[in-house]
Design a protein around this ligand. Structure first.
Ligand code: FAD
Ligand code: NAP
Length: 336
């Protein structure tokens, strides 16, 4: 069923209340094809999963398709590993919990990330030292222009830091309908990142397991990230900047404690949250929106903010960080 002039407030985690020209939910690839035919290319398309990585700054003059294509199945199984496929409309965290429940390792560090399976390759989601590209096998995507399903391998996806070909060269051309991941039956664990080790100790964990790591990640995330159901947000608004060794060195001379992570190519990754905090902007508020008081990378909607207000705040953060450090932050959230 297609609905017209629909409020998008319930379809984005910032809670921005703009009107969409038309909206439908699709539960199968067939329903997706029918929806595309009904649109007959009159309106541009906007495909969404959980709406947890988008900021609406204007009315959505588009046909919004909410991907609800479900289903989880094992497509290949060997002694040590398996390939598992999930429908693009599966809720990401529920899928992670399914794999954790079975003791299969690979995506436990990505617990509690909001959104859908279908969006997980879009920006190569990552947290606590694991990215989708580390476990990615392949995906199926329907080409909007032809209605044909294409299979993409890892190389086809051109994954980068919070990047993929679907955010760049193939933007708005495909709907991701299913994603396959390689998981391990005898996993190696990634506990060296952020506060995971500390949290595992606080939990009294003596033997590592995918379940223990998933729980540790959930506990850390719940303690510092705002729940979008309570406070509108889209997670980290900015990417961590990767800068030249020279610029990193200059910043370190005046700020010896600046977190910095050397990259394989000699550049340095800086922590955007730290840079914003050093500008005195953690907890900063402009009318109905602000920089979260516990995590400076996250911009929040205190209620009633417009997308333009939040965008304006993000520009203020960008300008302030640039003036102080000479570092140009890049927005991670998709701006519509
Ligand atoms: P949406 O917001 O619905 O869509 C995002 C973009 O992908 C849009 O451009 C949309 O058009 C496109 N898209 C969505 N589905 C499809 C599809 N099936 N086919 C084609 N295009 C599609 N991200 C991280 O990487 N790591 C984190 O740790 C993390 N933590 C977060 C914490 C919080 C509290 C929040 C609110 C967000 C966080 N995010 C994080 C960002 C976000 O959850 C992820 O980017 C997630 O993958 C977005 O999924 P979604 O279904 O909500 O995407
Ligand atoms: P954190 O642990 O306080 O660390 C701050 C930053 O330092 C992170 O952004 C992380 O970069 C980097 N970092 C920490 N340890 C590192 C290491 N050993 N090697 C290289 N880089 C390291 O971060 P946090 O804010 O609480 O977030 C925890 C994790 O969840 C991070 O991976 C973060 O990316 C992810 N997260 C993402 C979003 C989003 O919307 N994208 C929202 C919330 C949390 P990276 O970000 O590059 O990992």
């Amino acid at each position: 069923m297609i609905r017209y002039n629909v409020s998008m407030a319930a379809y984005n985690t910032f809670g921005i209340d703009v009107q969409a020209a038309a909206l439908t939910e699709v539960n199968t690839v067939e329903e997706l094809r029918v929806a595309l035919e009904q649109n007959a290319s009159q309106l541009p398309l906007l495909v969404l999963g959980g709406g947890s990585n988008i900021l609406f700054t204007k009315p959505v003059d588009a046909f919004v398709i909410i991907n609800k294509i479900r289903g989880i199945r094992i497509v290949e199984e060997q002694e040590d590993q398996l390939v598992i496929e999930a429908g693009g409309g599966e809720v990401w965290h529920d899928f992670v919990q399914y794999t954790v429940h079975h003791g299969w390792g690979g995506i436990e560090n990505l617990s509690l990330i909001p959104g859908s399976v279908g969006a997980s390759p879009m920006q190569n989601i990552g947290a606590y030292g694991v990215e989708i590209k580390d476990v990615f096998h392949s995906l199926d995507a329907l080409e909007i222009a032809t209605g044909k399903i294409h299979t993409f391998t890892k190389d086809d996806c051109a994954f980068g830091y919070r990047e993929s070909v679907f955010k760049r060269a193939l933007k708005d051309r495909f709907v991701i309908t299913a994603v396959r991941y390689v998981l391990q039956k005898k996993p190696t664990f990634h506990t060296g990142y952020g506060a995971i080790q500390q949290e595992l100790e606080a939990m009294g964990v003596s033997e590592l397991s995918v379940k223990a790591i998933s729980e540790a990640v959930i506990r850390i995330r719940q303690s510092k990230l705002p729940d979008p159901k309570v406070l509108g947000n889209a997670g980290s608004f900015f990417k961590n900047p990767v800068v030249s060794a020279e610029l990193a060195q200059r910043i370190l001379e005046s700020h010896p404690n600046a977190p910095h992570y050397p990259q394989a190519d000699g550049t340095e990754k800086l922590a955007a949250g730290w840079l914003i905090e050093q500008c005195g902007l953690k907890g900063y508020r402009q009318r109905n929106c602000g920089v979260h008081e516990k995590q400076a990378l996250v911009l929040v909607n205190y209620g009633g903010a417009t997308g333009n207000e939040i965008f304006g705040l993000s520009q203020h953060v960008l300008d302030t960080v640039h003036a102080k450090f000479g570092v140009l932050l890049e927005r991670e959230v998709n701006i519509y």
